[in-house]
Structures are given as structure tokens and as C-alpha cells.
Design a protein around this ligand. Sequence first.
Ligand code: AMP
Length: 399
Amino acid sequence: MELLNIKDLDLANKKVFIRCDFNVPMDEFANISDDRRIRSALATINYCLDQDCTIILASHLGRPKGEVESKYSLEPVQRRLHHLLKREVMLAKSVVGEETIEQVKNLKCCDVLLLENLRFEKGETKNSKELSEKLASMADIYINDAFGVSHRAHASVEGITHFFDEEHKAAGFLLQKEIEFFGNITKTPVRPFAAIVGGSKVSGKLEALVNLLPKVDKVLIGGGMAFTFLKQLGYEIGNSLVEDDLLEDAKKIMDEAKRLGVKFYLPVDVVAAQTFSADSVSKVTPAQEIPIGWMGLDIGPATVRLYREVLADTQTILWNGPMGVYEMERFARGSSKIAHFVADSYATTVVGGGDTADLVQRVGVDDEMTFISTGGGASLELLEGKVLPGVMPLVTKEN
Ligand code: AMP
């Protein structure tokens, strides 16, 4: 898929509206705990600054319900941007309030203005035409660099694109990179190609699994979603997470994998716990011997060994979803061991999904991965084969 390219635009001295994804995690004191998403936007911002553009940055943060909530102010993002860009970054008092519109009018060459949280406006998530128009009126050029929200038809992502023709809108470098990476990896992967799919539920990843099957050579299942498959195979899974209404789908996926010759791996042992808590009694059991009333919360050591062997000859690894409840130390071992192995491999390694990105960072191997996507939901929808609503208006050529 080819997108309108920022490099083809005549940007010199223009006012540029850049939709970024600055939805960063913060601790209880409003300190940014991971600024990857802010750092990822710098290439586009600096490129525009090099062309003497005036920059209007816009993002959402958290989930304010269409009204101003000070805890969701973009002030911490403004401070981090100031630090990273090493230049003044102004924070507007609102998104499209009168004062802000006036401030935008008075911006000079190379000024950088960050609008307040887009979701302080009700119209943002409703893709309101009125809001889209107001946002569009601020600038000559629109750039979407917010991969993480490109699967949402929101005013600053989709609606706004209708107010710019093809010479005045484009994808930023981050969006280009994400789309290119997922496109290449699913279309022309170097083989053997393995997908590690984990996380809590089959339901959230069903479509992605179905779409991945014809493309990969191996699928390795972990996390809570494994138990729906194990139950379908007739195993006792105790109180483990399960989606009974998807047992049929689980069977179809396994049958389809067999038909396509795709190797489909499930955990052979698990770390089972009596309760869903960090200090629960726990033990390693074979996947076929989970005691009644216990629940599997991580893959066990035999599965880690098996998965290492399965991954050893792969050239491309796509990983979406943790192998266990990695937030609790006792159930983080499987995910951590797999993360180290993936990081050490010579394969092209692509990590998608907020939890998996968080996990590899906690383990300290984020720099070893080939590519970490900034978008969880967006990367999953891409893997499902969808064209994202925020990307669609920027497509010049479909494959
Ligand atoms: P997802 O959003 O579907 O990628 O799921 C990520 C979540 O799955 C994480 O918060 C994990 O704690 C959770 N998870 C992983 N393995 C299990 C499991 N065996 N049982 C329950 N939750 C799990």
C-alpha cells in the first residue's frame, strides 16, 4: 500500500497541522513513564521545522469524556516535547476555543503550538464535521503521524482529511514506517515466519489469527487465549480464562492450520495458581493436568523450551500478546524468557500491541527488537487485513 508521502509536499513556510499520538503512559504523579510515542514523532516534526514550517501539534491523552479534565491536560507532553525538541513549545488553553484560534493566527515561522487534549471536545470521537472543519482551518497542510489512533474514525484523524486535497495532506514518517513494516512482514516475509500470539482473549485476536494463518509457517499460542484451544481439545483447564462461545472458532482455526500445513503450537505446561493474585499458591503443571479450581496464568518451563526450539530456525517473528499475566512477577517468567529469546534471535522481530511493547521494555530488550509498533489496536486491525479509516484517505495505491 502506498501513501501520500510527506516528502512530496511543498512544505516551505507553511502552517502544518500534525496529528500525533502522544497518548503516553503516566505514573500517579503525572510523570511520563514511557515517552516512546513522543520520540517517535520527532522525525516528522523536525522535518517540518527544517522547512521553516509553523507547527500545530494535536493529540489525545487518556479518555476524558468530551470535557475538560485537568488530569488529562497535555502539559506533561508539552514539557517533554520542549526537552526533546530543544525549543519552545507553546500549549494552547483549549482545542478550538476563540483564544486558541487567535493564537494560531498569530503564530510565526518555526513556532510550535500544542493544542490541548483533542478529547476535551465531544466532537473528536464523534468525527464531527464542525470540529474537523475548525481544526482544518488552522493550517495549510495536514499530516497524520498518529498510527496508534488510525483505526479510529475521529475528527482529527478521518474527518479533517476531507478538507485537504492530495497536495496538502500526507502520512508522516512514523505512520509510513508502521504501514510499511506491517505490509512487508505480512506480504513478503523472510521464511520461516512465526507468529507468537498471546494476551487475554481469543475474541480480540480471532480475526487477526484467521488472517495470519495463510501467511505464516508457525503459530505459537500463549496467554489466556491458549485455554480456549486447550479446552476445545478436551483438556481440563480448571478455572483458567476461557471463551466457551468461541470453542467452535478455535476448532476451525486449528483445522485450518492443519489444512494449510501451518504448525500450530499450544502450551504443554503452565504455571497454575489457586487464585488470580500476585501472592497466590502456584505450581507448574502439564497443560493436561491443571487441577480443578486452579487457573493457568503463565506458560511453563517446558513450553518455554519447546517455543525456543520452534523459534530457533525462524527468520521473521511477529509477536502480539504476552504469554502470561506479566504484570505479576510470579507469572511473568514465561513472557520474559520468550522476550529474551526473541530479542537475541537473528530474525526480523516485530512487536505489536501495547502490552507486548510494555513487556519488552520492562524486560529491557526493547532496543534489541527490529521494530516495536506504537499502536496496539491499530496493528491488530492491520493484521486483520483492514485498511484503517485514518489511513484510507491517504492511500494512493492499494496492493
Ligand atoms: P491483550 O490485551 O488481549 O493483549 O491481553 C493482555 C493481558 O492478558 C495482560 O494484561 C495479561 O495479564 C493478560 N493475560 C495473559 N495471560 C493470561 C492468563 N493466562 N490468564 C489471564 N490473563 C492473562
